[in-house]
Design a protein around this ligand. Structure first.
Ligand code: FES
Length: 276
């Protein structure tokens, strides 16, 4: 059995933005029912500001596919199309508090539907779905897609590729070819996962937290009309205050969790963030 977070369960049982927009400005269709997962994303985009004013989804898939699709619509609503294109499959998984590794392909499907919808809006072809040599016939996965997902997510094993794309998870005949693709990618470039500093003094930790908030967190919040103020740091406890549009926002809990996740990723897993 998969271990689902409470948020995945909530977004599966009470999905937000389900359905199809009438006269959408963009449509993204990915996956196929034959392969077990399919997703249609429809967007309404303000033609002057290029901001996504509405996002809805229809999906055929498991609990993770429904939760990931719903999370995607929540993440992109209110963003410009340029901002939305920065939403990665990892952002979708993080928004849900994580997905079982075997279900990461659901977050990838969400990201691909977003790319397909924006390509459709711009009158461009859906590159990942249409280009490249077919590697996995069971799941209709191209070499182009395997390379893209491996590089974006630092994947180095065939099993990881299966978790993120399903390729290799059927008859298994393509697994050798996937392994060769991975060897080719990573013999040229070793994947670099973001590294955390090993041992910090209190002063170093305080300075690093301030730097991460300024460099990694504040710009994103300010681009949505919000802001963050660092109030205090007491050991691993970080007290912040949300400002601007973030004040009283219904998603403020998600924002605080996002701040905590980023600080845990880049400073220390012990960090706990509280908001005033
Ligand atoms: S061809 Fe890839 S699993 Fe069958």
């Amino acid at each position: 059995m998969w271990e689902y977070t409470d948020k995945v369960k909530d977004f599966f049982l009470h999905p937000k933005n389900i359905g199809e927009i009438e006269n959408p400005d963009a449509v993204g269709d990915v996956g196929s029912i034959v392969c077990g997962d399919a997703l249609r994303l429809t967007l309404k985009i303000d033609k002057d500001t290029k901001r996504i004013t509405d996002a809805r989804f229809q999906t055929f898939g498991c609990a993770s596919a429904i939760a990931s699709s719903s999370a995607l619509t929540e993440l992109v609503k209110g963003k410009t199309i340029e901002e939305a294109l920065k939403v990665s499959n990892q952002d979708i998984a993080d928004f849900l508090g994580g997905l079982p590794k075997e279900k990461m392909h659901c977050s990838v499907m969400g990201r691909e539907a977003l790319e397909a919808a924006i390509a459709n809006y711009r009158g461009q072809p859906n590159v990942v779905e249409e280009e490249g040599k077919l590697v996995c016939e069971c799941f209709n996965i191209t070499e182009e897609k395997i390379r893209k997902i491996a590089i974006e997510n630092h994947l180095t094993t065939v099993d990881e590729i299966t978790d993120y794309t399903k390729a290799g998870g059927g008859c298994g005949e393509c697994r050798e070819e996937i392994e060769a693709i991975l060897r080719d990618i990573w013999s040229l470039k070793i994947p670099e996962k973001p590294k955390k500093p090993k041992k910090l003094t209190n002063l170093q930790k305080i300075a690093l937290i301030q730097e991460i908030i300024e460099r990694e967190i504040r710009p994103g919040l300010q681009s949505d009309g919000g802001d963050i103020e660092l109030i205090d740091i007491d050991g691993n406890k970080v007290i912040i205050a949300l400002r601007g549009m973030c004040t009283g926002c219904v998603m403020s809990g998600v924002t605080i969790t996002g701040v905590q996740d980023k600080l845990r990723e880049l400073v220390s897993e012990e960090i706990v963030v509280d908001a005033q």
